[in-house]
Design a protein. Structure first.
Length: 169
């Protein structure tokens, strides 16, 4: 099997069902979900059997991407409900009620964009998932957690400010 480009993680036909099935499995195995949620860093995620089930189910990725998969597993464990269709960047900027505040302020969003690597962005993404009420599009979130690079951060900025262009906080 050829190596999958990480630029498509969570959106392509190969990873989408694996990610969703693994995430749904966490609902049936709340102990695994709880242990993943208690992980303070990516090293702790790697020590959890639930992470390894996801990693093994994604054979198209090499060992170089293990830490990226750990980020996906750790962050997705905090999601309560899958809300398909709304990109993660837009969801951070879209108020819950008309005229309300964005769930993720401009200041917090800019702090997120300053994260340089997966170890740094891991706790930031968890905080944002909590701010969003734990209801996010798991594919968009998985893509964000896996890919985290300069190009993705630019795409997040475009998506966030397109949804909340007046947010100057």
């Amino acid at each position: 099997m050829s190596k999958q480009s990480f630029f498509e993680f969570g959106y392509d036909d190969a990873t989408r069902p694996v990610v969703k099935d693994w995430w749904l499995e966490l609902e049936d195995n709340r102990g695994d979900r709880a242990r993943l949620r208690r992980c303070a860093n990516l090293t702790e995620v790697v020590f959890e059997p639930a992470y390894h089930r996801l990693r093994i189910d994604l054979p198209m990725f090499s060992e170089r991407e293990d830490i990226r998969i750990a980020a996906v597993a750790g962050v997705l464990s905090h999601v309560r409900d899958h809300q398909p269709g709304l990109a993660f960047a837009a969801q951070m900027a879209q108020p819950k009620a008309a005229g309300g505040r964005t769930p993720v302020s401009g200041l917090r969003f800019r702090r997120l964009l300053k994260c340089r690597d997966h170890a740094e962005v891991f706790p930031a993404l968890i905080r944002i998932v909590k701010l969003l009420g734990r209801d996010v599009d798991i594919y968009s979130l998985a893509h964000t957690a896996f890919r985290w690079d300069d190009q993705l951060r630019k795409q997040l900025a475009y998506g966030y400010y397109a949804a909340a262009p007046g947010d100057e906080q």
